[in-house]
Design a protein around this ligand. Structure first.
Ligand code: MTE
Length: 320
């Protein structure tokens, strides 16, 4: 993401892309023919789609028709080549570098204030969960958006597997840490590993979804295989990738971006077109598929499901 880093003197100049340059690059990518046409003309490696994944037989899962959207699905050739995954670089073309990630064996630790702490292999976790496909909008804080057919299971099912204790108020999630594989993690001006958090009420909201697949196949590595979050009413940075640990806590966890620039990337990060990012407007978003600019919607259009979560919290910075 494009941020003002607290310790900017520690990072190479080329990483400090001004927002105007970012938007110009997006405008270039979008072009008259749309981002798709331009991107497909770029010499990019063909993305690998988790070939040989032992969970391949679980896909495609049946679509849950309660979660469909009015927008066309963004083509896979675009979403698989335009990714934010800072572990593999601070630009969007990380798909090739992300193939270095080893997703088997992959263990997930569940700990903290819960009755059933455990370490579980991803394929054992998958056996316990019923997979379904949902069509979700995804709105990045950088003001671009896409529409994706994720496959996975409700985060609420993982929470009930853990059995949170009465004192648990938050769910903290953590990405793998392996600088040998993820070159981005050698950049020590970032507070690795990537961490995100939700309140328990958010984590058990019906929309909070653990993603294990996309486009009817196991998740390719650049999307955050083998397990990532999708919380579509929040800016995309809340949707943490390649999770290895879930901890139930009493204290509110401090997320990766919050540690870097709390005044720009807060804990709540709910989408709201009326609350600008300190350095740019959030009123509109650019569709990755066509380059078209469309109005952004409160809670990214999911107010019916989530607005109630924030009653009584009006004093909080809910929208940044
Ligand atoms: N998770 C980790 N571990 N590292 C990241 O850099 N980027 C976030 C989020 N999750 C990120 C992450 C941001 S800013 C966005 S917009 C989405 O992942 C991008 O998901 P996509 O690449 O599947 O579009």
């Amino acid at each position: 993401m494009n941020i003002i880093r607290k310790r900017s003197w520690e990072m190479p100049e080329r990483l400090a892309t001004p927002e105007a340059a970012f938007l110009n690059r997006r405008a270039f990518l979008a072009g008259a023919a749309g981002a798709g046409a331009i991107l497909s003309g770029v010499a990019m490696p063909r993305p690998a789609f988790a070939e040989g994944d032992p969970s391949a037989g679980l896909y495609p899962a049946a679509r849950n028709d309660a979660y469909v959207i009015e927008r066309e699905i963004t083509p896979e050739r675009l979403t698989s080549r335009y990714n934010n995954f800072y572990e593999f670089g601070s630009h969007k073309q990380i798909a090739s570098a992300a193939q270095a990630l080893k997703i088997r064996p992959w263990e997930v630790r569940i700990d903290g204030l819960c009755d059933n702490p455990q370490t579980i292999a991803i394929d054992d976790l998958l056996k316990k969960m019923k997979l379904e496909e949902r069509l979700y909008r995804h709105r990045c804080v950088e003001a671009w958006s896409m529409a994706v057919p994720w496959t996975g299971f409700p985060l609420a099912d993982l929470v009930s597997l853990a059995g949170p204790k009465a004192g648990a108020k938050y769910l903290r999630m953590e990405t793998f840490l392996d600088p040998d594989v993820a070159s981005g993690q050698r950049a020590d001006w970032y507070p690795w590993p990537y961490v995100e958090g939700l309140t328990l009420a958010e984590a058990t909201n019906e929309l909070a979804f653990m993603v294990t697949g996309v486009y009817g196949k196991p998740l390719a590595k650049q999307y955050g295989a083998p397990l990532r979050l999708a919380v579509p009413w929040k800016y995309g940075f809340k949707s943490i990738k390649s999770i290895v640990r879930f901890s139930f806590t009493e204290e509110r966890p401090q997320s990766f971006w919050e540690q870097i620039a709390a005044s720009e990337y807060g804990f709540w990060a709910n989408v709201n077109p009326q609350v600008p990012h300190p350095r740019w407007s959030q009123a509109r978003e650019q569709l990755l598929a066509t380059g078209e600019h469309v109005p952004t919607r409160l809670f990214n259009g999911y107010g019916e499901q989530v607005a109630g979560l924030y009653k009584g919290l009006e004093g909080e910075n809910l929208y940044m």
